[in-house]
Design a protein around this ligand. Structure first.
Ligand code: SF4
Length: 293
């Protein structure tokens, strides 16, 4: 008879699988259950979690190797990084649009927003409270691209304003920048229900608007936050681990890959890795970390 896991164990199991996915391990299999072993350990699922164990919710935080501004956070689990659903193929991205003079970029972004309108192009519109277009400088040298709005973003109509947004703000500050100097957008502009990953049909329907935003802003560097962002920016589903640590190219712009801030909240030990990724972006931008005297 199939054994039912309690909800806490199911959540921990899901997060553990996500953690392995983030490491690039995407193939999993189930071993047949050993009935004798199960009988000997009836409380297996009730064992306490190891503090800070990979992929498990943890309230521990080790700031030693982080920049000071990076260290101001307590982990939360409001929004997790998601596995990308399989899709047979991804549509080719639109042609790169002609460059727009810096003085006209704000108006060009407004035009894209007006084109989106009260969008019903994909099913995500049905659960939307506020459409989250993007936020920041139209002439930003650095752009961050995430997955999609969460509950806080859906309520406020702005990207990255929840706890993950708080962490992103501090990541930006650690780079010596202010949030107003960068541009932040997502692959989809409406909140997927239950913070699930956007379905390929949804992401493929919405991502052309993101590409248009990129073409207008023409940042020098894009930082893709998590697997969903990099999948739809590069047009290929690849393990995040294999993409980090080097400079890619998308729409004529350098692309750096790192973890989604929500994933860093779940597994703060990966902040050191994320900081290494951000340092690549800083190198490409010619930035030095601010002096914390
Ligand atoms: Fe339109 Fe994008 Fe919202 Fe879908 S997610 S309804 S395509 S704005």
């Amino acid at each position: 008879m199939a054994r039912q896991l309690d909800s806490a164990t199911r959540v921990a199991l899901v997060e553990r699988v996500r953690f392995y996915r983030d490491l690039g391990l995407t193939e999993f299999y189930r071993r047949p259950v050993d009935a004798a072993l199960l009988a000997a350990e009836p409380e297996l699922s009730a064992q306490p979690e190891t503090p800070g164990a990979p992929g498990l919710a943890s309230e521990t935080w080790e700031p030693a190797s982080q920049p000071a501004l990076f260290a101001d956070f307590q982990p939360a689990n409001s929004h997790q990084e998601h596995p990308i659903p399989h899709s047979k193929s991804m549509p080719a991205p639109p042609e790169i649009a002609a460059a727009i003079p810096p003085a006209s970029r704000a108006a060009a972004l407004q035009l894209i927003r007006e084109d989106i309108g009260d969008c019903t192009r994909c099913p995500l519109h049905t659960g939307r409270n506020k459409l989250v277009f993007g936020d920041g400088s139209p002439v930003a040298r650095l752009m961050f691209v995430g997955e999609g709005p969460g509950a806080d973003e859906d309520a406020q109509g702005l990207p990255f304003v929840g706890r993950a947004g708080q962490l992103l703000n501090n990541m930006i500050a650690a780079m010596g920048l202010r949030r107003e100097e960068v541009y932040i957008a997502n692959v989809v502009k409406c909140r997927p229900p239950g913070n699930r990953a956007p379905a390929p049909e949804e992401a493929n329907t919405c991502s052309p608007f993101l590409f248009r935003q990129i073409d207008v802003i023409r940042p020098q560097v894009i930082v893709a936050l998590g697997a969903t962002a990099v999948t739809y920016l590069l047009g290929a589903r690849q393990p995040l681990a294999g993409l980090r640590g080097r400079v890619h190219s998308v729409r004529g712009t350098q692309l750096i890959v790192t973890y989604h801030p929500a994933y860093l909240l779940r597994d703060p030990r990966q902040k050191k890795e994320a900081w290494a990724d951000l340092q690549i972006a800083m190198r490409e931008l010619g930035l030095k970390p601010p002096n914390r005297g």
